[in-house]
Structures are given as structure tokens and as C-alpha cells.
Design a protein around this ligand. Structure first.
Ligand code: ATP
Length: 419
């Protein structure tokens, strides 16, 4: 089978690395791809925003499965357009992708079917937003409605902070937003495959959103992750599946917009049980990197079964009984304007003991690998437990020569301290 993988980040490098190990695979194509993905795939000269061009490519190259990595093309309806020509796609259609594309849509769905989540108001004006603050006491969370790459959320500690965030949000006119109750508790990410009706848990992870050690500084796309998320005990996972994810999948199926792909539930484990913080309609980046390191099955077989509605025919996805941890190396300036062109060396040395260096924002200048984006590498390793995976990942990081890059030194530290 030929597979087309859409995307160009560390997540897609991890997917390409795992797909390339499948005996079902003939040729793996990727678009736009990156130099790391190019180690496992043929880079297709294809503009993925041009759905007609993607469809032509899929026909011409006899693609048997399209795997969409990032949320953008899903929210744009790429999966619907490819499915319309009868080719299986791993990734939800436009309507189901609203779970990530619109926070208001998700909150309304939760309210309709009784999914535990923070109490909320949908607002469209500054005065409307300010008026809800009375309801929440001193703390609340302000969220712009649409895709904001992690930058559209303010968790306010005081009423003054909330008011400032609302003024900021409405500085340029009306926008849709959600104002919600601030929840307390540890966070964890649960990944669930869905073929539209059947579901299967596909591991858990914890990410590290802030740029600096000790969870300081601005939010990023993610500076590191580990799997499994120890705080998500089997009992809590069962509850999250039964009370949150399954009712969501069932509601979308009932609405005639079935969810096909991986649903990433961002959870807060409150004193009252797991509550939904957000959904993402794709694998997390860098959570995907740690999941792929531990996944013990044939990824192409599983993703095809999801895309073809045959998930119930497969055994539950199997993961190694160990841990994986990834450290993101970013270009200086990130999450602001990252410095481009910094030389990178030492990847082979870093991978000598089994670590894998997944590439995100990289490019080739002649023979030289250089930084070409904010998050540049995701250095990923396994170990018997999180502490061992952490040691192996940082040993690999230390073998990499990337003078214009930086990384957090404390990925996994909290879990190890608490463990
Ligand atoms: P991303 O896609 O980057 O994860 P996002 O912009 O979609 O982020 P959310 O995940 O909804 O936004 O929120 C970002 C972070 O803000 C969460 O990981 C969580 O730490 C915090 N947060 C969001 N909602 C709440 C809440 N109701 N109570 C407490 N913290 C919250």
C-alpha cells in the first residue's frame, strides 16, 4: 500500500518513522515533509492547501491511505475531500474537527450530553465578557474561540488580570470567546482512536507547555513530554473514556458527522474526577513522538483500520511496558521569532544508544542541517521508567551540537519527584 502523510513537524517525523516499519507499506509519500521525514518518505511536491492537487496526487500515486498530521488541513476539510473519492483517510472531517476548531462548539456539545468540563459562557463582545466575571469569583479562564496554536488562552489569577485579558482580546473589535471556570488539578493527555463508532485507547502522555524550566515563561507548542502519564491511573482513564470521550464520539456519530482519527483529550484531574479542558483532533506534538516510541504494533495496519471503520476487528493497541521521554530543542528566540540557519550536528552520536532524534523545523543547506523553525528537534528515548527515559534522552541531547538552540532541563522532573 502507498501512504501519503500530510505535515512537516516532529509529530509527522515520528509517524513516518513508525509507518516506515510496517510490512504493509510499499511507498510512503510526505507533503510538505522535512529533512527528517525524508529519511523515511519520498517528499511530494504538493501544496496541501490545494485539495484538488492532493486528490490528483492520491489518484496518480494510487495512495491507499492518507494520514493527516496537523489540525489545519482537517479543519479545512481535506479529509472530507479525499474521502469523497473513496480513499481512506486517518483524520476527521471538517464538521468533527470543530472539536478543536471551535471551543464554543465543544463546550456546547459537552453541555448537551453532560460531559464534565468547566462551567462556561460563550461571549461575542467585551461587555458581555466582562459581565460574566461576577459569576466566577476571582479566577477564570479566557479563551478565544478559534485555532490559536496555544496562544489564545489566558488563565487569570485575579479579576484585574481577567479584565485586562478581555480588553486585550477585544482591542480590535468583536470576536467569539469562551469565559470559563478555572479548574484545579494535575493535567494529562489521553489519546483515543475512533473509527466513527468503535474506540480504542492509544496511550497517555504529559506535555510541558511553558518555555522555561519550572514551568515558567510563555506558552509554546510544547517543550517536551513523557508517556505514560502516571497521574492518569487505570481507574481515571476508564472514567475519562466513559464519561468524556465515548459520549463525544457517540454524539458526533448521532449527528451524522462521525469522528475518524485520533481524539486527544486534554484532561484536568480534579477532586471531582476527570474534566475536559480541550480536545485536539490529531496527535499532540511532541506527545506523538513518545507514543510512537512505545507503540508495539503495526501503525499502518491500525491507522488503516481506523480509516476503514474496522477498528473493532483489531486487538487493543499494545504499548511497551516502559516509558518514553522527549526533549524539544528549540531555536533561540522561540516562542517569539526564532533564529534561523543555526547549524546542527551530532544526530548520529545522539542516536547511538537507541534514542531517536525527530526533526521538526530543520532544513538542509548543502550537506549542513540547519534550524528552520521554532521547535527544531525532539530528542526521544525509552527507559524502564520515566527516570531512566529522562537520563537516556538528556544523554542524547548532550551529544547534539546546536549552539544556537536551547532546551528545558527539567522534562519529566516533576513526575520523577512525585513518583
Ligand atoms: P493547546 O492547543 O496549545 O493545548 P489551547 O489554546 O487549545 O491550547 P487550552 O488547552 O484550552 O488551550 O488551554 C491551554 C492551557 O490553559 C491548558 O493546558 C491548561 O493548563 C490551562 N487551562 C485551560 N482551561 C482551563 C481551566 N478551565 N482551568 C484551569 N486551567 C485551564
Amino acid at each position: 500500500m502507498n501512504i501519503l502523510l500530510v505535515g512537516s513537524g516532529g509529530r509527522e517525523h515520528a509517524l513516518a518513522w513508525k509507518l516506515a516499519q510496517s510490512p504493509l507499506l510499499d511507498t510512503l509519500f510526505a507533503a510538505p515533509g522535512n529533512p527528517g521525514i525524508a529519511q523515511h518518505a519520498t517528499i511530494a511536491d504538493l501544496d496541501v492547501a490545494d485539495h484538488r492537487a492532493v486528490i490528483d496526487f492520491v489518484r496518480r500515486q494510487q495512495i491507499g491511505l492518507v494520514v493527516v498530521g496537523p489540525e489545519g488541513p482537517l479543519v479545512d476539510g481535506l479529509a472530507d475531500n479525499v474521502r469523497a473519492i473513496g480513499v481512506p483517510v486517518f483524520g476527521p472531517g471538517r464538521e468533527a474537527a470543530r472539536l478543536e476548531g471551535s471551543k464554543g462548539f465543544t463546550k456546547d456539545l459537552c453541555a448537551r450530553v453532560g460531559i464534565p468540563t468547566a462551567r462556561y459562557f460563550r461571549v461575542t463582545s467585551r461587555d458581555g465578557a466582562l459581565a460574566c466575571l461576577d459569576d466566577f469569583g476571582d479566577t477564570c479562564v479566557i479563551k478565544a474561540d478559534g485555532l490559536a496554536a496555544g496562544k489564545g488562552v489566558v488563565v487569570a489569577d485575579t479579576r484585574a488580570e481577567a479584565e485586562a485579558a478581555i480588553r486585550d482580546l477585544y482591542a480590535n473589535g468583536p470576536v467569539e470567546a469562551v469565559i470559563e471556570e478555572r479548574l484545579e488539578g494535575p493535567e494529562a493527555s489521553l489519546f483515543v482512536l475512533s473509527d466513527g463508532s468503535a474506540t480504542a485507547v492509544f496511550g497517555s502522555a504529559q506535555d510541558h507547555k511553558r518555555v522555561g524550566d519550572g514551568d515558567t515563561g510563555p506558552n509554546t507548542g510544547g517543550m517536551g513530554a513523557y508517556s505514560p502519564a502516571l497521574v492518569l491511573t487505570p481507574e481515571l482513564e476508564e472514567r475519562a473514556l466513559g464519561e468524556i470521550v465515548r459520549p463525544t464520539i457517540d454524539a458526533l456519530a448521532a449527528a451524522g458527522t462521525p469522528y475518524v482519527g485520533v481524539l486527544y483529550a486534554g484532561l484536568m484531574l480534579t477532586a471531582d474526577g476527570p474534566k475536559l479542558i480541550e480536545y485536539n483532533v490529531r496527535f499532540g506534538d511532541p506527545e506523538c513522538q513518545v507514543l510512537m516510541m512505545r507503540f508495539a504494533g503495526d501503525l499502518a495496519e491500525v491507522l488503516l483500520a481506523v480509516a476503514e471503520g474496522r477498528l473493532a476487528d483489531l486487538p487493543a493497541p499494545a504499548f511497551a511496558d516502559d516509558a518514553a521521554l522527549t526533549v524539544v530543542m528549540a531555536a533561540s528566540g522561540y516562542p517569539g521569532t526564532p533564529e534561523k540557519g543555526g547549524a546542527i550536528a551530532g544526530i548520529a552520536a545522539a542516536e547511538r544508544d537507541g534514542a531517536v532524534v525527530f526533526q521538526a523545523g530543520t532544513a538542509r543547506r548543502g550537506e549542513q542541517l540547519v534550524a528552520d523553525g521554532g521547535r527544531v528537534l525532539a530528542v526521544t528515548a525509552r527507559g524502564a521508567d520515566i527516570a531512566a527515559a529522562q537520563r537516556a534522552a538528556y544523554a542524547a541531547v548532550d551529544a547534539i551540537d546546536f549552539p544556537s538552540g536551547f532546551f528545558r532541563r527539567d522534562i519529566g522532573a516533576k513526575a520523577i519527584d512525585e513518583g
